[in-house]
Design a protein around this ligand. Structure first.
Ligand SMILES: Cc1cc2nc3c(=O)[nH]c(=O)nc-3n(C[C@H](O)[C@H](O)[C@H](O)COP(=O)(O)O)c2cc1C
Length: 367
């Protein structure tokens, strides 16, 4: 038997550690943001085929998310309540400096048998920066800082006598002890502008991008992987999606229609105004949210665009299409997290595994 040529696609879910769920809509949601709800959700997820959970960092309310729990502390609580799940804690350079972040995450790595990872986010919410008195940098400067942040994290985690002379951070002969346990914490990043992609192609383990069609994902993947290869680096890709899996396609579409119909237009417009500070503010004018319609923005990270809305069979086929476009991981948001994570794990993931198996057999037969 020949070796498998592709890894099974991985699944992650968004931790609802901020209130209001993952859509800017007044639709009824049975998603909680408190720790009891989230502990149970994490246990359901790890028992149902999810390998990762991603926490969010927000410092103020904006368009929804009236309450926000801090990402690192919350991630640790979820790790303490689970046994196999890996939890990715969001870190925002600025409020975090790499010395503290490296130390915090190394300790959590020891406490959890190496199950903690990080998502370095670069900031788009100018009002939030103003509220907490953080300096607002131009788009590409934010990425220059994030790249130094990541280089510093990695250096501190893997080297003794680490010395780094950056424009944002400086380390002198620094030996942090203890280092994280193996495996080293994986470093994810979010953003899809030119600067974000180039950073991924140089330093990140994972590139997270907003929801999109397989064709658009393929373009990003080809771009990043070509650049990464030229740098002698390799990077994996995670794609966001908002999943609505129901027995029939009509039921699933009806849920989407209701989410959009009950969207709060002022809040969505307010969000649209703030996200102009993301990709649109980059020199090339591209990146996350640069082409989003108002309907897309009802889901914070363009999750409807990935179109995982329909029956389990339809969704499984579309996940395979995203995988064929280069996605290594699908990051999922849901309306009613606990029950839908379980449904997804029981009814969609097994179909994905069957399709992966069939494709493998077809590929082997063609060899
Ligand atoms: C999966 C994912 C998770 C993100 N999580 C956060 C977060 O928790 N907090 C935050 O302020 N920004 C978050 N972001 C925003 C990004 O860090 C970035 O600022 C935004 O996507 C704009 O990037 P771009 O201009 O490079 O396209 C996230 C982005 C993605 C794709």
């Amino acid at each position: 038997m020949s070796l498998k040529t592709t890894e099974p696609v991985k699944f992650a879910y968004w931790v609802p550690n901020v209130s209001g769920g993952l859509v800017i809509s007044n639709i009824e949601q049975r998603t909680g943001w408190d720790i009891d709800y989230n502990r149970k959700l994490a246990q359901i997820a790890e028992a149902n085929g999810f390998e990762y959970a991603l926490s969010q960092i927000r410092f103020t309310a904006g368009y929804g998310a009236e309450n926000q729990h801090e990402s690192v502390a919350f991630s640790h609580a979820l790790l303490a309540a689970t046994t196999t799940l890996k939890v990715i804690a969001a870190l925002l350079p600025g409020p975090w400096n790499p010395a503290l972040a490296a130390k915090q995450i190394a300790t959590i790595s020891h406490l959890t048998n190496g199950r903690v990872a990080v998502n370095v986010v670069s900031g788009w919410f100018r009002g939030e920066f103003a509220a907490i008195g953080e300096l607002w940098l131009d788009h590409d400067e934010r990425y220059r800082r994030s790249e130094e942040f990541i280089r510093a994290l990695r250096g501190i985690w893997t080297e003794d006598n680490f010395t780094f002379k950056g424009d944002f951070y400086r380390f002198n002969d620094y030996s942090m002890k203890p280092k994280p346990v193996d495996p080293q914490p994986e470093i994810f990043q979010g953003g899809s502008s030119r600067a974000a992609r180039d950073m991924a192609a140089r330093v990140s383990d994972w590139y997270f991008t907003n929801g999109n069609t397989p064709e658009e994902i393929r373009k990003q993947v080809d771009d990043i992987r070509t650049k990464a290869a030229a740098n002698g680096h390799s990077v994996k890709v995670g794609v966001n999606a908002f999943a609505i899996a129901r027995e029939t396609e009509e039921e699933a579409r009806a849920v989407l229609d209701e989410i959009v119909a009950k969207a709060n237009p002022e809040a969505v417009q307010g969000f649209a105004d703030q996200v102009k500070n993301a990709g649109k503010a980059s020199p090339e004018g591209e990146g996350n949210w640069a082409k989003s319609s108002l309907e897309d923005l009802v889901q914070y990270n363009d999750g409807f665009r990935s179109n995982l809305i329909g029956t389990p069979v339809q969704i499984a086929e579309r996940i395979i299409a995203l995988k064929q476009a280069g996605a290594d991981l699908i990051l999922l948001g849901f309306l009613h997290f606990q029950e839908e994570v379980e449904f997804f794990g029981k009814h969609v993931i097994p179909l994905v595994r069957e399709l992966e198996e069939q494709k493998q057999i077809t590929a082997e037969a063609a060899e």
